[in-house]
Design a protein around this ligand. Sequence first.
Ligand code: URA
Ligand code: CA
Length: 431
Amino acid sequence: MRMYDLIMKKRDGGILSKEEINFIISSYTKDYLPDYQMSALLMAIYFNGMSPGETADLTMAMAYSGEIMDLSNIKGIKVDKHSTGGVADTTTLVLAPLVAACGVPVAKMSGRGLGHTGGTIDKLESIPGMRVELSKEEFINNINKYGIAVMGQSGNIAPADKKIYALRDVTATVDSIPLIASSIMSKKIAAGADGIVLDVKVGRGAFMKDLDSAKKLSNLMVDIGNLVGKKTIAHITNMDQPLGLAIGNSLEVAEAIEVLKGHGSKDLLEVCMTLGIDMLKVAGIVKNDDKAKEMLNNALKSGIALKKFKEFIKAQGGDERVVDDITLLPQAKFVEEWTADKEVYIKDLPAFELGLIAMKLGAGRERKEDVIDLSVGIMLGGKTGDVIKKGYPIATVYANNKGRLDWAIENLKRCIVLSDEFVERPSLIYT
Ligand code: URA
Ligand code: CA
């Protein structure tokens, strides 16, 4: 097989066979194929797309390019959850202990933040002492003992995806539906769970900007999952505005704790409940939505989910006292509120811009190598359609540098739109 012929085939709208895809992925992973040929192929895929069959073959080739986690030593049906990424999306920190408290074993590999989006692993690292690099043995032992473990993706999970993603990132080929679907699903399949619940984000802060593309991506990922024998369910949720109210690592940990205590962001809780219901169903713990909802509500109200979060933190070396005292989390030197000088409605909260402001405050990375500041970020006073009373904060900035603080406040005032008139709340969960 010659890579030249395969590039030409895709360029001319052909369908690559499973053997051809396996050849490409295994050669590229072993450095037998140069980046320029792989780049050309990715661009041909970007323009001509892939059939569902090709996408499934690509997914499996990437999944099997490295290690497949063997979770068979963990009792019960393991369910993974994945969000396609967003701003103020701290669902994992709430959901993991919540469903673990209901008896679903949570074996989660998470990523770090990049660009305007945050990552669970960074957020967890804002808890003093918390270890996110676990050996496979410790990961499995913790799940058997506590029902929960969250770790950074180990180096040998889907190495082909890692290499290809880096190339896509510099060749303008990231936002291709088959490439995104195969990238996400290859990692989920390699991570070894029996079932997968997906949160596909749509809107200005997401990869998918419109509902139609989000549905395509969502259906494709569900088909791939089910095709390879993993029960897969997907929801499409709004990422036109941030999900929760906190943007920034330690701020989001504090927000997750609030939600687990029964306060905090209602939207964050609602998305967690929606995904949690499906995780319980996929795990085979309940038969219907009502029963699942009841179990999740009980875990929250009884404080068992919060207790599980503490147990999880302690098991991975973290200081579990943060749950009772959030001032033990990294604190920013400067905190400034932008307050309403009269009663106003929030009319627009552009997710992408808000994520970028938080990133520039130091909460996120422009490049993979960047070091982040866990204490900084933005707290929103409300979401689109909420009323902010006179004297209350529209947003609060947490910074460690006075110049950046002033810059952030100025930019928030530029991008957050307010209104004197009633503003309808946008949909939160589309499907
Ligand atoms: N997340 C991934 O893991 N891969 C993509 O291609 C896009 C988002
Ligand atoms: Ca993510």
